[in-house]
Design a protein around this ligand. Structure first.
Ligand code: SAM
Length: 208
């Protein structure tokens, strides 16, 4: 049995109330995605992308990750296209400027090269397209909890034979600066007020 993916989704069953709240928050931040082309990068078992597809069935949803096992489980949850691909290499797998929305939930801090990952996200977004991320601010109260959560990740990586690397976190100001340097505009960060979580929106500018 693909144990790591099963364990990952066990959290969803145990913390059902919390997950519903998180989905509602994300939905409110994203808005209606019908008739948009959306990519969830670092989608894991697609708990958010599959939920979005069920809420807004006219969304064309793609999900990428480096875990074959997570994506295989995610593909069974909804009509979404799963693609095994590191975010750092999106531009080699997708044409440039194709997505209206790129979503990253609790994912950026797990990437081996966070800057290259964001540059790739920028490249595959359409002008006027939007990056929506949920991240963790390492300077916000509640951050230390993530040091514990990291240990679960160590186990899940080992079970899949994936190389584990300790997550690295930006603080809000670093993330805003980096997104602007990459070329995003309308960068907006909103603390969720718990667990050091932040929601972040950034737009790829239209040509002038
Ligand atoms: C904490 S999980 C979050 C998964 C999902 N977004 C969610 O909210 O359930 C982090 C995910 O990032 C993925 N990941 C790590 N490095 C990656 C990379 N370079 N490219 C794409 N995904 C990556 C992991 O495999 C894992 O599925």
């Amino acid at each position: 049995m693909p144990l790591a993916a099963w364990i990952y989704d066990l959290g969803e069953r145990i913390f059902r109330g919390k997950i519903s709240q998180e989905r509602a928050e994300l939905l409110a931040f994203l808005g209606n995605t019908n008739h948009k082309k959306l990519l969830e990068a670092g989608a894991g078992t697609c708990r958010f992308s599959a939920f979005l597809k069920r809420c807004f069935p006219y969304t064309e949803v793609y999900a990428t990750d480096i875990s074959r096992e997570y994506l295989a489980r995610g593909a069974k949850k909804a009509d979404i296209e799963t693609v095994l691909c590191p975010t750092e290499e999106l531009i080699q797998r997708f044409p440039s400027s194709v997505f209206d929305i790129v979503l990253m939930v609790d994912a950026l801090h797990h990437h081996a090269d966070r800057i290259r990952a964001l540059l790739n996200v920028f490249a595959v977004l359409k002008p006027g397209g939007m990056l929506v991320m949920r991240e963790v601010d390492r300077d916000a109260p509640g951050f230390l909890k993530y040091k514990l959560i990291d240990k679960i990740d160590l186990l899940l990586s080992a079970l899949q034979g994936l190389k584990y690397r300790a997550p690295e976190y930006f603080n809000t100001s670093e993330l805003q600066t980096l997104l602007r340097l990459i070329g995003f505009c309308h960068v907006e960060v909103k603390p969720l007020g718990r667990d050091a979580l932040i929601l972040c929106k950034a737009v790829k500018p239209l040509p002038s």
